[in-house]
Design a protein around this ligand. Sequence first.
Ligand code: PLP
Length: 412
Amino acid sequence: MTSLSPALKQATPVVVDHALGSWIHGTDGKDYLDFTTGIGVTSTGHCHPKVVAAAREQVGKIIHAQYTTVMHKPLLELTEKLGEVLPAGLDSVFYANSGSEAVEAAIRLARMATARPNIVVFQGGFHGRTVAAASLTTAGTKFSAGFSPLMAGVHMSAFPYAYRYGWDEAAAVRFALQELDYLLQTRTAPNDTAAFLIEPALGDGGYLPTPPAFMEGLRERADKYGIQLIFDEVQAGVGRMGKFWGHQYSRATPDILITAKGIASGFPISAIAASTETMSKAWPGSQGGTYGGNAVSAAAGVATLEVVKEENLVENSRIRGEQLLTGLKDIQTRFPVIGDVRGRGLMLGIEFTGEDGKPDASTAAAVQQATTDQGLLTLTCGPAGNVVRLIPALVVTAEEIAAGLDRFEAAV
Ligand code: PLP
């Protein structure tokens, strides 16, 4: 009998029959409250009627038209809609299928725009699983061990992980910026450095918001040295963190922004945005792919951005996120195994630690398993695997958050 690759080992035993909004109905006949959303993808909830209708309509018009051969309407419409939400000055967009491909496109663009080779990444960053994206990923050895050599020209600097250092945030930011300055003096000179690549919150690296002052420190150095600042908003963007873009908690804006996941409610599409001047450095043929910017995905993307606006989902993410964070902090007071609770919007992490304060992956794994028994789907993350992450749909209701908190506490 043919079986699935062990690389596809599931975090839960659930097989989906159908799903709607925040709920997954399993083939076991049970209903599960889904706080995983396909790893932060089904932003408007499962099978939002408007997204389903847009995709159905598009399937009957044209499914695929390779975008360097003939253009299609949905991609033009999506580009216009993105223009309403992109940071000022990022007025040119390129499309791919996945987060990893968009990360690669951003790296290629930064290298072409600066004619410099090196990329600086930050400890705990996750940028994908293609060989180049895995080379930029430092969120755990499982993402790159065993298939070296990786891409050359990647340098890792410190991330201001205040909780783990036992410092306040300002001290952690000072330290991480000093480390970066040292790296630029000793390992990769500014005129060899094409880009800084950072997430507005570490995703697979532990659901840790990046301090605004750190983002601003990167912006200052990027301006000073002509380095491209790339924000990987693949997971944090499209309302996930309670603002449209995760980086909007800081005053820093990127030279290149990467988006994917939440942009089309589950249809595969990703994009990078940059200024027209920067984007013009990527000549025809240097970027692209057969399936990039698929018509059905783009139509779903247009519908998704409309739903996010019409249903005020960024605000819902902020408000429901506060409800969830407050509830989790309350649960933390009853369970000393919970060392830290953090996050913004609907991207929240619960870090499990032992009595010695060290990461406790086995408790996190046991809690994650137990949530499934309670009818709540969750995931773990973090380089040490000791963080349970909660990523509800942006349409989640107050009642669903309350039910999720009850089930989570029962699991702990
Ligand atoms: N960048 C970030 C921040 C991510 O969270 C992910 C996926 O989780 C990726 C890139 C890679 O995206 P994909 O899995 O679609 O290739």
